[in-house]
Design a protein around this ligand. Structure first.
Ligand SMILES: *Cc1c(COP(=O)(O)O)cnc(C)c1O
Length: 366
């Protein structure tokens, strides 16, 4: 079986983790601080604040914005459930704009249409390793007086016009096991705003500035040095890993072009795609539908994934939730029935790529 994702830690990782174990400093300490500095450099932000996972990163970023009851966060309906859960955990109302099939992120035209006088935060999701259209979304948020957050959990180091995901507003990242950079569980918040960074650091540590001096009702959102040590060697070689992902994507695009009913992903002009996922759309013209292609690929030993099979609010627990505003999002609804992600990770061999291409061609013809 060719897996959809692989955890591949450099050999130096073992020595790094062992050094933390032997130091006796196994909670948040110098390795976390080092990871924060390195991650701020990777994204080009003034501050990076580490937390214990990507969902916490979203929650903490929302919490330092001091939202009031009834305040709305406008986001994508086509995302991992953590985006929605974080909005609800922060006490806000979740509202949704439709997406485009070009970048699978919120459509600036739909966003403009869905902003109400209660909207406080615009929260686009940079899906699959490519950024949303921040050249339009960032000015729109500024013009309408909205705080800007970016769920960048899948897009470490992705850029648009040279600017990285997570640098337009507060960026939130995940280091979960399947993400492009991993600590098993872990997260990061990026910001250029000194005051917000300060509040985030206090918030994650029980609201405490100095021992027993509490400035706000905080929480324990801290990352450990054991986790930070896992990520440091990956940062050393992140650019070369992204280059392998890009080469794999180019080869898949080349091998899969011209198949009727198969829409291929593209790196859009001005954007650096870090290929967290290689996601195709199986449209009506295809000889089998998406679910059948998925099942047949699995039979053929080609791992694949559906991210995401339904709109994020399309579950009973959200459908009647008083703070989830169900919206009509026809493009997102259709896209959820069409998407299929194929392996693109750096551990794929040339023959794996051939197998993926040949298997898809055999099933879809052409
Ligand atoms: C992974 C992910 C998250 C949540 O991150 P965790 O570290 O798993 O909590 C949030 N949003 C998106 C889009 C993700 O892919």
């Amino acid at each position: 079986m060719i897996p959809i994702s692989v955890v591949d830690l450099p050999v130096e990782t073992e020595a790094m983790v062992l050094a933390v174990l032997r130091s006796g400093m196994i909670a948040q300490g110098p390795r976390v601080a080092e990871l924060e500095a390195r991650f701020a450099a990777l994204t080009g932000t003034r501050h990076a604040v580490a937390v214990n996972n990507g969902t916490t990163a979203l929650i903490a970023a929302l919490q330092v914005l001091d939202l009031q009851p009834g305040d709305e966060v406008l986001t994508s309906p086509f995302t991992f459930v953590a985006t929605l859960n974080a909005i609800l955990e922060a006490g806000a109302v979740a509202t949704f704009a439709d997406i485009t099939t070009e970048d699978f992120a919120v459509d600036p035209i739909s966003v403009a249409d869905r902003i109400t006088d209660r909207t406080r935060v615009l929260l686009p999701v940079h899906l699959y390793g490519q950024t949303a259209d921040m050249t339009k979304l960032a000015p729109l948020a500024a013009y309408r007086g909205l705080a800007l957050m970016e769920d960048s959990a899948q897009s470490h180091g992705a850029t648009i016009n040279g600017r990285a995901a997570g640098t337009f507003g507060m960026g939130t990242f995940s280091f979960y096991a399947t993400k492009n950079i991993t600590t098993g569980e872990g997260g990061m918040i990026t910001t250029d705003d000194d005051a917000l960074a300060d509040r985030l650091r206090i918030l994650r540590n029980q609201g405490m500035r100095q021992r027993y001096v509490y400035e706000m009702a905080g929480n324990n959102y801290r990352m450990t040095d054991l986790q930070a040590a896992l990520a440091l060697p990956q940062l050393d070689r992140y650019d070369s890993l992204v280059a392998v992902r890009q080469a794999n994507a180019a080869r898949l695009i080349d091998g899969l072009s011209g198949i009727p009913g198969l829409a291929l992903p593209a790196q859009l002009p001005g954007r650096r795609h870090v290929w967290h996922q290689f996601t195709v759309r199986v449209t009506e013209e295809a000889v089998v539908d998406r679910d059948e292609l998925s099942a047949k690929l699995t039979e053929a030993g080609v791992g694949n994934g559906i991210y995401y099979p339904k709109l994020v609010f399309d579950y009973d627990c959200y459908r009647n939730h008083p703070r989830v505003r169900i919206e009509d999002v026809p493009v997102a609804a259709r896209t959820a029935t069409e998407v299929l992600s194929l392996p693109v990770h750096p551990k794929l061999s040339g023959s794996d790529l051939d197998t993926i291409i040949d298997s898809v061609r055999k099933i879809l013809g052409g």
